[in-house]
Design a protein around this ligand. Sequence first.
Ligand code: NAP
Length: 312
Amino acid sequence: MSTSGKSQVIGVIGPTGFGGSYLSVELIRRGHAVIGISRKPQSFGTHPLYTPRTVDIETTTIDDLANSFRDLEVLVSEYGPHTKGAEALQYMPYVEVVRKLILAVKLANVKYFVFVGGAGSLVVPGTHESLADYPGFFYAYRRQMAESDAHVKYMEERLGPIGAVLRSYRNARLAEKSGRATAEDMDTIRTYEEGIRKNDRASDYIKAGRACLLFFEGNTSFPWTFVSSSPLYRPGRQTASYEITIDYVPLKGAQRGEDVLDGRLTGISAADLAVAIADEIEKRQLIHKHWTASSDLSDDTVYPSYVTVDDI
Ligand SMILES: NC(=O)c1ccc[n+]([C@@H]2O[C@H](COP(=O)([O-])OP(=O)(O)OC[C@H]3O[C@@H](n4cnc5c(N)ncnc54)[C@H](OP(=O)(O)O)[C@@H]3O)[C@@H](O)[C@H]2O)c1
């Protein structure tokens, strides 16, 4: 049940996606009415508190988009291109879609717009660089990601070839750690790390997410909050406990490697980020803020990348 005791009508763009499906389940569990907005929102399932609303936000006009938002008390964007696979991780159409969403939100006078972006816009402590631009980011990110079987499974399920090379890298590093690495394993590690340092496959897309923050920052012409998932965001256990950080990337422990990020990135399960977002929808304490939430990811059990009404 909602912590505020009041049920709200909440639009979720992307109810069938990774973050959006976990959020829709959390909101319905709390007794809110969810309007799922996407191209195939009916694939989330059938429930008395769930209404699918079919909209293609890439092709629709701003007026039609605004019309589909007018009856909502809150709108959450969990839009992402991942359902089209690894090749869709591009700068475009993400930036154009977010621009269009904001124009429609303003036209429809949406009372609270919760935008879920990525970790790339979080600032590295002690610098003026966001993660997407920080030279050591992709190395630290992929290395830590590869330490979790659950994270690699999620990448394999969602992003095919990107997940497959990450799995080979993880296997080679496990062999190295146990002292039984072959020359081929060492070559796999070297090639993978050189590649991500030069140009990670997701880097254009991650830059798009951080560029979109500029549409929001300092803009008080509409009510928004900008949630950046913390970097090691993946399916996992719901602990219902999380820590909020404003603007900066939260780092754990003291510096131990060459770089300030090495081994120190944090993450959150989609189920816990859903709790943090649902809490913000009910309490509205982070209006006009760019924030992230992180939680305990020590449990490496594999959870599904997408959930449906059956998980309510
Ligand atoms: N570590 C990180 O920082 C991290 C990791 C993952 C995600 N994220 C961020 O989280 C946000 C959500 O991403 P996600 O991965 O959770 O979502 P996702 O799995 O990519 O899901 C995308 C959702 O958007 C909908 N969608 C796609 N194209 C659409 C269109 N043209 N019109 C209407 N709906 C459309 C899809 O539904 P249909 O197919 O039914 O249209 C789907 O429900 C993004 O901003 C992403 O960058 C950050």
